[in-house]
Design a protein around this ligand. Sequence first.
Ligand code: AMP
Ligand code: MG
Length: 425
Amino acid sequence: MISVEEAQESILSRIPILGRERIYIADALGRVLAEDVFASRPLPPWANSAMDGYAVRARDIAEASPESPATLRVIDEIQAGFESDKSLGPGDAIRIMTGAPIPGGADAVVMVELTECGGGDEVRILQAMPEGEAIRAPGEDVRKGERVFEAGAILLPPAIGMLAGMGRANVYVTRRPRVAILSTGEELVELHEEPAPGQIYNSNSYALAAQVREAGGEPILLGIARDNAEDLESHLRDGLAADLILTSGGVSVGDFDLVKSTLGDLGNEMHFWRVRMKPGKPMAFGTLEGRPVFGLPGNPVSTMVSFELFVRPALMKMQGKSILHRPLVLARLLAPLSKSPERRHYVRALAHWEEEGWTATAVGVQGSNIIQSMVRANALIIFPEYETELAEGCQVQVVLLDEGAALGPRPDPDALVAAPRNAEI
Ligand code: AMP
Ligand code: MG
């Protein structure tokens, strides 16, 4: 059995970065740029006004004060979106709106609050202004030819605004991984079916599909394969259209755990099976016709935790992301924990940001079938392999599954319902 780190290394060393595609920037949120982006024009493209006010010649108002205003002749008005064909001579001003191009001859803008109507076509300026005042210089945000983004940048909302500001409608990004999801088991029924005695709903496919989406992938649901080689094989073949295959269940040592052998029959090269962790020990990882295949354990919590630790980083890498793992923080344990040695435990927990730093508390019952433990958790406490006791108050490493929730209102670890995720802070 290998450690979590060995498993992660084995996986990531075999994960390719996908090719690129050109997409509309409105669809590009969270995608990874697959080209360097250079500014084809400066931003702003020309000098423009930062204020609603009057474009002036600074020297004409050098002596202006509230007691002795400078009186100027208003020769034009420029709305944003237009330019003036007039140029300022001595004693002239042009009424100008925010974003409108600075007219010829002007070298400062006086905001309207520092002016008074002079009657007729005159304006009184109540304060002197230095040259350049309230003028936005061309290229002050981005210079023409400047490299604005490097390949590998993640397109967050400001980056998308910047691309739009430069007139870029489409960009190359790394493709999203298409992820085939197959649940296995005689006991499973789909959501539109009524479970007969001994049957349960297939929940893993849906949890996994959501996890895939959250990680930036496109889930493809392959349904349920029964525990026989023929059905497994035909479903697994459907997965060959995807970039990555996930199965759940059937990788343990039970009489009907046929996933590994069936994958082998299809030509899968198995890299490892079983990881020294709980939940999620019976996990298999292989390569089938060049694509990574994860045989995830069937217990719903094991499935989700294994996804978090092994599949999510792989999907991040496929998309060209540089940060592959969830944030890891040190936290003060609020209640003691104990376990038997040898396997590392990932304890479903609530992390919370307090004045003195992070704290963590386990959430109730921890069985690998207790979906509630994942629903309520926003973090996983790492309980090291060879430790058996963690005392109250000790420092533990915690994987943050949801930083927003961990920073929000302090949740009640004993509450039966889920803590509000991404609560407003
Ligand atoms: P297995 O590894 O196939 O023996 O499954 C372990 C446990 O997980 C059993 O209790 C299964 O009923 C359960 N399980 C397996 N697959 C699913 C699934 N898709 N949805 C919900 N529970 C499942
Ligand atoms: Mg099974």
